[in-house]
Design a protein around this ligand. Sequence first.
Ligand SMILES: NC(=O)c1ccc[n+]([C@@H]2O[C@H](COP(=O)([O-])OP(=O)(O)OC[C@H]3O[C@@H](n4cnc5c(N)ncnc54)[C@H](O)[C@@H]3O)[C@@H](O)[C@H]2O)c1
Length: 421
Amino acid sequence: MASAPTKTTRMGMVGIGVGGAEILPAMDSAAGIELYAGADINPVTRERFHARYPEAKVYDSIEAMCADPDLDAVWISTPNRFHAPHTIYALEHGKHVVVEKPMALSIQEAHAMNEAAAKYNRILAAGHTDSYGLHNRAMRRIALSGRLGKLSSLQAISFSDWIVRPRSAEEQDPAQGAGVVWRQTPHQVDTMRLIGGGLVRSVRGTTKADVSYRPFTTFYSAYLEFEDGTPAYVFHDGKGYFFTGELLNGQRNSRYSDAQRKEIRRAMDTGMRDDEADKQALRIGGEHAGNQFQNRDAGGRGPRLQGNPDAGMILVSLERGAMRAGAHGVYVYDEDGQHDIDLSANATGGSGRQGELVEFRKAILEGKPPFHDGRWGMATLEVALAIMQSAQERKEIMLSRQVAVPDSYDAELIIPYLDNE
Ligand SMILES: NC(=O)c1ccc[n+]([C@@H]2O[C@H](COP(=O)([O-])OP(=O)(O)OC[C@H]3O[C@@H](n4cnc5c(N)ncnc54)[C@H](O)[C@@H]3O)[C@@H](O)[C@H]2O)c1
């Protein structure tokens, strides 16, 4: 077991919204990371952040926060259009950066972010995607081991209520990265790239914006082919009538009941919904904060599976077996039936949000470059952009900015299925 880090990275979060607040509890307990400051333009959010973290410094802008010489790193969870300018600003001011997904709104922006990281010699990590989940990382290691033969195909299928959840004005503007393609491919595609080795060759996608009350994409479906010919299929329907969890473990990934979703759709259709007020209730200190999937047990029968329910079912098919998320890590299916692989021995690797904080902390304090760096993030963004371009042009799009997963990544993971060989 690794010894506890002796140094600490002082982290400041800019944009303490719903996404940011998902990370804060993990930061609270992350070794080697101190939640040192928060910055937000919303005074109510600043007040509530201060009430929750009285020791932390509070700023009203990224500029004021980055002027603090004691701040080491910035977690950027502002709306999408700020990801590139805020990242570059923080890097220019000597701070390391974790940027939320989607990394940027264009390849040009992502490229400029990577250039700034190189120029100012700072870490840039593409953060907060489901590919940091321990179960997904373990599935990659098992696939790579060859124990179940070669990878045959990957599927990522999700039905969620993404479009029913409250959305700020920024989140409803397609020019600012609104809709499920921008917001959900970073989870599903990042994960499929991780398990499939990283190098997607081509994409054929379809998207739809097919409800009157939301001006953005509600659905996507895409066929990805890896360089080695491995096929992958990715699908997300965010309309909230059905939930993939029902197939996996009988649980719905929704905070709302059926009746509530019906009422919300009606309110949106008649222009009566106050999205901003509903969203503020989900942010830090709000009356519904922290209960994103409170209703997920409705009708629930099975155990809670690892991972982000929005990513849906990640199904991995191999020559001699199959895998998916499990109650304790991963379910592996082979000649002997189902194996419930327990990954809990990976205390220092953590799962999901802890995992990415560990990766970031090691990059800063131990000089171990993060695997999920800006080039990795840009490659996932390239797939998202290709899905949208393919949908518009109705043709296959060839990719050119993909990066491979190094074989050595996650070599230290403890995976009982492999260790028992
Ligand atoms: N990885 C995930 O699972 C996940 C989940 C939710 C959101 N997100 C990401 O987080 C980002 C924000 O989404 P959200 O749902 O949290 O929205 P949000 O509106 O709740 O959060 C954005 C926050 O940024 C603040 N803000 C806006 N402009 C600012 C500025 N110029 N300077 C400082 N603060 C500013 C807002 O006041 C708000 O508190 C998006 O990019 C989204 O993709 C990621």
